[in-house]
Design a protein around this ligand. Structure first.
Ligand code: GLN
Length: 293
């Protein structure tokens, strides 16, 4: 007698298998991947535990599980990731949005509501799949005073961002390929009330010891130079020329980097420098402002 794989028996096999190969959320991974194969919501699996799987479904699931075993992030296998309650397309051309980056979005919204409630230019440097700037533009949609610009050095990333804009029906964001500010000329109509960035911040020497999942993500989105702080220095030094008086600069920072990034902001003349903690009590967001005129 041949045994038939059901939804439940397959999950009960796949979860310990993925755990053995290092996944920290094996059951969830298995459920998400099986839901993709069966084209249903994850929770619907619970109503179909006894459903036998067809050979083609089994083969697709097995392929995904093998990729996951090698460390490919679930988000790449699913082709999407939720961020700020919106669904973003992701491919290996972009960093997978992380939940802690939502603190940056929160800080940006508070800043804009408090200081530029009638609108201003907002720039996101290293936009990747566009999650930060699209979440902001979505929040302020219908408020005509804002203009939104997402910059990335990699056209392949911007192609994903533009697709997300289309998918989310957010037309207000412009996209530009540029190495940080290189393609912008200060005073040529480029002045911003807010610049945000979640720049690469991993110390170069630590890149090799990152978990396999992170190795699947673009190096250019992760490697922050010899001390991990290179992009903070470059951005803080140049953003001054592009910010209006009272304009803000808000960064996501890596673990233990907040104090150093605050010093970088201070030495570049920013004021009202402060930080915000994430749910893991790590100081995750650092911000400063240009002086008012
Ligand atoms: N802005 C994107 C994010 O925060 C990508 C950041 C990056 O590539 N370093 O997820």
């Amino acid at each position: 007698m041949t045994s038939t794989w059901t939804v439940l028996s397959l999950l009960n096999w796949a979860a310990p298998y993925l755990e053995k190969y290092g996944s920290t959320s094996p059951r969830l991974d298995a459920e998400l991947l099986l839901a993709k194969v069966l084209a249903c919501q994850r929770l619907e699996l619970y109503l179909r535990f006894d459903k036998p799987l067809a050979a083609a479904e089994l083969a697709s699931f097995k392929k995904l599980i093998l990729e996951r075993r090698q460390g490919v992030p679930v988000a790449y296998l699913l082709g999407e990731k939720e961020f700020w309650s919106l669904t973003f397309k992701v491919t290996p051309a972009v960093l997978v949005p992380r939940p802690e980056t939502e603190h940056l979005v929160e800080a940006a919204i508070s800043f804009l509501e408090e200081k530029f409630s009638t609108g201003c230019g907002v720039l996101d440097l290293g936009t990747g799949c566009g999650n930060i700037i699209l979440s902001l533009a979505h929040h302020f949609s219908g408020e005509a005073g804002f203009s939104w610009l997402g910059i990335d050095s990699w056209p392949a990333a911007l192609a994903v961002a533009a697709e997300n804009a289309c998918q989310l029906e957010i037309e207000a964001v412009s996209w530009l390929t540029s190495d940080l500010f290189a393609a912008l000329e200060p005073s040529k109509n480029f002045s911003f009330g807010l610049v945000v960035a979640n720049p690469p911040y991993i110390v170069s020497a630590e890149m090799a010891s990152l978990p396999p999942e992170v190795h699947c993500e673009p190096v250019a989105a992760l490697d922050g130079g010899p001390d991990g702080l290179e992009f903070y220095r470059r951005i803080a030094a140049t953003a001054r020329d592009f910010l209006v008086p009272g304009g803000g600069l808000i960064f996501e920072v890596g673990d233990e980097q907040a104090e150093e990034v605050k010093k970088i902001l201070a030495s570049n003349g920013y004021s009202a420098i402060s930080g915000l903690f994430d749910l893991a009590r790590c100081e995750r967001v650092v911000m400063g402002r240009m002086k008012d005129e």
